[in-house]
Design a protein around this ligand. Structure first.
Ligand code: SF4
Length: 474
């Protein structure tokens, strides 16, 4: 029996909440390694999760005696004692855990071994905030923030970057070959590299080219647009400081006390598909029928705004102007008349529905001007030899309705900045948390859970004070 694999499976079963499987695996470990500190710890952790806290204490005590500086063991003991309402003893265990100064390996192991429990703790604390009446439950700000990953830009490759590198290698090889040709007709100069040295350089460049081409092939085969070598889940993203290899932390923040209601780490480079998911999560936590959501232009997505409308989520996103050549009419200069299903142009003429075409799986309706021939302001409108066309994308109804809402309530957009800036500013500028320390989406998610939990705890202490918070926890 491979005990390391068995141990790993037991940890995974505990993290995923599959307690029946964890029970069976830990039973096998107990038979194979009775009294081993790790097995005692796993057994204690299992009993806590099973709600059998009284039975958890003995194996956890044994694990603690064997490894007194193990933070996870102390925290599980604290949790068990808290469940048994032995609060003073629980506080002592937590206190002891806080006094330990674990090294980076212990911290990394703690996050890895307790990812599921950390997630639960974060969720339970959010629900506690709700029970304490700390959520307003009406207005939520949604925002995405980029945090650097453990992956340098040098170790991230896009197809464009690989093409550039291959081009550079080809150019250098050509230069070296040309130099070698010229050397045949020149006198030997000791300051210049010899033919042998140049041959070596060319060989090295060719090896690099092979490597770049192999990477390009992987991208083609997987359909991915980029690859990161140190942390394969991380992605090159646009940030305020230029491009960096990052994760994207999505947050939904309640307006009453700027507490974080929901969050999720993703490796999508932009926020365009995240509105519905985050708004739904926030609404579910708040347990209300209707909410208002404010977000920035990155979330501009007509179909998702329309879905939100249907689910009692009223969205406010600042209007996105469509671009046009200077001095010519943009789409914003055309008004859609829903009752007739036509657009009205700046010359007060109609553009009527012409046909529908499919672009990237989306049905786009095309409208065509009926009076463009002979129009006096045509030069400001179109260069087409026939008529001006306007395209209507799915979800534009919802965007137009949202545009009216935003124009009718400009203060709401000002609130957006204050709302989402608070947690982002606290985490990044006050606490200096700009980069995740773990690798892989799953571990990074656990790290973000801890970060959000710490933010919310700190916020509740600021709002209600420590005693009131501890009383609520009890
Ligand atoms: S060119 Fe056609 S669509 Fe444009 S302003 Fe004139 S009539 Fe209207």
């Amino acid at each position: 029996m491979d005990l390391a694999a068995l141990n790993q499976q037991a940890v995974q079963a505990l993290q995923s909440g599959d307690l029946a499987k964890a029970d069976s695996l830990i039973g096998q470990l107990l038979t194979a390694r009775p009294g081993h500190p790790l097995v005692n710890y796993l057994l204690g952790a299992l009993r806590v999760q099973q709600g059998r806290s009284a039975e958890a204490l003995e194996p956890l005590e044994a694990a603690h005696r064997a490894k007194p500086d193990n933070v996870s063991v102390l925290l599980h003991m604290g949790n068990a004692l808290q469940t048994l309402k032995r609060f003073d003893e629980a506080v002592m265990k937590y206190d002891l855990a806080l006094k330990l100064k674990p090294d980076f390996k212990t911290i990394a192991d703690f996050r890895r071994d307790n990812a599921g429990a950390i997630k639960q703790a974060c969720r339970q604390f959010t629900m506690l905030c709700k029970e304490m009446g700390l959520f307003g439950g009406r207005l939520v700000g949604i925002d995405g923030s980029k945090y650097r990953a453990v992956n340098s830009k040098k170790r991230n490759f896009t197809e464009e970057k690989l093409n550039g590198l291959i081009k550079y290698v080809d150019k250098k090889v050509d230069e070296y070959l040309q130099t070698m040709d010229e050397m045949d007709s020149e006198e030997i100069d000791e300051r210049k590299p010899t033919k042998e040295e140049l041959t070596e350089k060319i060989e090295e460049l060719r090896r690099r080219k092979q490597d770049y081409e192999a990477k390009k092939k992987v991208l083609e085969e997987t359909g991915e647009t980029q690859m990161s070598l140190t942390d394969p889940d991380s992605r090159l993203m646009k940030t305020k400081d230029g491009k960096n290899v990052c994760y994207n932390l999505q947050m939904a923040v309640d307006s009453k006390h700027k507490l974080i209601i929901a969050h999720e780490v993703i490796n999508e480079c932009n926020d365009q598909q995240q509105l519905l998911n985050m708004a739904r999560r926030a609404k579910e936590v708040l347990g209300v029928e209707q909410i208002e959501v404010v977000a920035d232009k990155g979330y501009w997505n007509g179909e998702q705004v329309g879905e939100c409308d249907k689910e009692g989520i009223t969205v406010y996103i600042p209007e996105k102007r469509t671009s046009s050549k200077e001095g010519t009419f943009s789409k914003d200069d055309f008004v859609y008349r829903a009752n007739k299903d036509v657009y009205e142009c700046p010359a007060k003429q109609e553009l009527q529905y012409w046909y529908t075409h499919n672009r990237n799986g989306r049905d786009v309706r095309v409208y065509k001007g009926v009076a463009c021939e002979g129009c006096e302001i045509r030069s400001k409108c179109t260069t087409s030899s026939t008529s001006r066309l306007v395209r209507r994308w799915p979800g534009e109804d919802a965007l137009e309705k949202m545009g009216q809402r935003v124009r009718g309530d400009p203060d709401k957009m000002k609130l957006r900045g204050q709302l989402v800036e608070h947690p982002s500013g606290t985490l990044k500028r006050w606490w200096g948390y700009e980069q995740f320390l773990t690798k892989g989406l799953k571990k990074v998610a656990a790290e973000s859970d801890l970060m959000i939990l710490a933010y919310n705890i700190r916020r509740v202490i600021n709002i209600e004070g420590t005693k009131k918070m501890i009383d609520a926890l009890a």
